[in-house]
Design a protein around this ligand. Structure first.
Ligand SMILES: [Zn+2]
Length: 130
């Protein structure tokens, strides 16, 4: 089952930066997104399809200007894809349900996971805990 819509539908529902990041794999400029400095507890969902992706409990300040998490939510629909663009070897993360580009995951995160999910604010929708 897929929740993927047409580009036209996404364009009408998303802001220009949200569309560029999620559907065209752009990267927002650091320290410009909505959530890099957000510390309110809650769940970060996919902006395109609403799937639960990250919990604020795993968010940490990586100093890079993007929301960073040391783990995703258990069972979150996140696909890891090798990315060799820009002359680098990286692991891209995408939403499995709607194929939205989210960001990248690196192996230099804090212990114990050692992972650093570097995610565009534009790919996320934060839902504060009640
Ligand atoms: Zn999605």
């Amino acid at each position: 089952m897929t929740f993927k819509k047409t580009d036209q539908e996404y364009k009408s529902e998303l802001s220009p930066i949200e569309f560029e990041v999620t559907r065209q794999s752009a990267t927002e400029r650091p320290f410009t997104g909505k959530y890099w400095d957000t510390w309110v507890s809650g769940i970060y969902k996919c902006i395109c399809c609403g799937s639960d992706l990250f919990d604020s409990a795993s968010k940490f300040d990586a100093g890079c200007g993007w929301p960073s998490f040391f783990s995703s939510i258990n069972g979150a629909p996140i696909a890891e894809v090798k990315d060799f663009t820009h002359g680098m070897s990286r692991t891209e993360i995408r939403c499995k349900n709607c194929d939205a580009h989210l960001g990248h995951v690196f192996n230099d995160g804090p212990k114990p996971s050692g992972q650093r999910y570097c995610v565009n604010s534009a790919s996320l929708k934060h839902t504060p805990n009640k």
